[in-house]
Design a protein around this ligand. Structure first.
Ligand SMILES: [Zn+2]
Length: 98
């Protein structure tokens, strides 16, 4: 889609689930409105591939509620991640035991 040279020295994005920085081209767009094709006036959020994969195992509605509860995009990253981890653990149990 994008020439790879355009990716140098620039565009990196942050995964909203784990807070990792990654090149934009390696990230999955996450649109909280669930419509990736309507791009006008929108700012996309991003997930890294591991998070995208693990989140996709859960029902979409659940993920949306989870992200909203954790105030995705509204809290700073540490606060969000803490809340997110707590919420996931509340709902699904400790991650490392699954
Ligand atoms: Zn991630």
């Amino acid at each position: 889609m994008w020439p790879s040279r355009d990716n140098r020295g620039g565009a990196s994005v942050t995964c909203i689930a784990c807070g990792k920085s990654l090149p934009r081209n390696d990230a999955r767009e996450y649109d909280k409105h669930g419509d990736r094709w309507e791009r006008r006036g929108k700012e996309f959020e991003f997930l890294c591939k591991p998070c995208d994969r693990s989140l996709c195992h859960q029902p979409r509605d659940d993920l949306e509620a989870l992200l909203l509860d954790a105030e995705a995009g509204e809290s700073d990253r540490d606060t969000f991640f803490e809340r997110y981890a707590d919420l996931v653990e509340d709902r699904y149990g400790p991650l490392e035991e699954q």
